[in-house]
Design a protein around this ligand. Structure first.
Ligand SMILES: NC(=O)c1ccc[n+]([C@@H]2O[C@H](COP(=O)([O-])OP(=O)(O)OC[C@H]3O[C@@H](n4cnc5c(N)ncnc54)[C@H](OP(=O)(O)O)[C@@H]3O)[C@@H](O)[C@H]2O)c1
Length: 261
């Protein structure tokens, strides 16, 4: 049983680095034609080159800022021209902090980054998927949906709306050969997490390796996940093997979540 996405075009957002990059690389390994998206052309060029070196397939890319409605609208023509039938949504991170530290502007920014682009892009891509009676929509969120994470109030509150989006769409478009699912990554070793570990090490007068080890201590798998490990799940969900998985929110977290449901 081999996952083959040959003939499918996959739009992967926030994919010049991190989780999105890992997913784009795995999609490319599975022979999909990948369209990368992020804010920086330079980062995208580097990402496309790396994927080419590792998979011998060169992805396309589109430059856009997910949090900027006009930037996304400008990019949408280019995206739709490529006719994606797989949409993997990841995005940038929001400002950390506790509830009382957040102002209305911070909430607006979080909603504009975590929720609005997912809704906008989905609405633009769905007509093509419906017409072709086949589509895969996968939203990458966070385990914060199941279990709040201290010090990231914005993410804890806003991301749960994505679970509502998954369930709503699964019901509304499930009859058209389209599945809509969510992935909740646990702690994944990306630039963001490495920076976090570096900051922690500096504060605590230890090494980055030690800080990463401490972060891993609460994870039953005893290590951080790799972006490609989100990619393997996403590739399965994008394949025909997962045609009966619709409306699910899957944790990919090495067993870190404590919630039983
Ligand atoms: N890593 C984890 O452990 C983890 C766990 C759960 C959830 N998450 C969430 O998953 C998402 C991705 O995290 P990550 O660790 O992969 O981060 P990362 O390594 O920092 O990568 C972030 C990616 O997002 C792009 N990006 C950022 N803001 C953007 C915007 N406004 N428009 C378009 N692209 C944008 C960046 O590219 P450019 O700079 O080129 O634009 C980059 O490709 C974040 O929302 C994070 O909170 C991460």
């Amino acid at each position: 049983m081999e996952i083959d996405l040959n003939g499918k075009v996959a739009l992967v957002t926030a994919s010049s680095k991190g989780i999105g990059f890992g997913v784009a690389k795995v999609f490319s390994m599975c022979n999909a034609s990948v369209v990368l998206l992020s804010r920086s052309e330079k980062n995208l060029e580097e990402a496309a080159k790396k994927i080419w070196q590792e998979t011998r397939k060169k992805p396309d890319y589109v430059v856009a800022d997910l949090s900027d409605e006009n930037s996304l609208k400008n990019a949408m023509g280019e995206i739709k021209e490529r006719k994606p039938s797989i949409f993997f949504f990841s995005t940038g991170g929001v400002k950390p902090g506790y509830f009382m530290e957040m102002e209305k502007e911070d909430w607006d920014k979080a909603i504009n980054l975590l929720l609005h682009p997912a809704i906008y892009i989905t609405k633009e891509l769905l007509p093509y998927m419906i017409e072709n009676k086949w589509g895969r929509i996968i939203y990458s969120t966070s385990t914060a949906i199941k279990e709040v994470i201290p010090n990231i109030a914005l993410s804890n509150v806003v991301r749960i709306t994505m679970a509502g989006l998954v369930r709503t769409l699964a019901k509304e478009v499930g009859g058209h050969g389209i599945t809509v699912n969510g992935i909740m990554p646990g702690m994944i070793k990306t630039d963001r997490i490495i920076q976090l570990a570096k900051d922690k090490a500096k504060r605590e007068g230890t090494t980055m390796e030690e800080a990463l080890k401490n972060l891993s201590a609460a994870i039953p798998a005893a290590r951080l996940g790799l972006p490609e490990e989100i990619g393997y799940v996403a590739a399965f969900l994008a394949s025909d093997f997962a045609s009966y998985i619709n409306g699910a929110m899957l944790p990919v977290d090495g067993g870190k979540l404590n919630s039983t449901l």
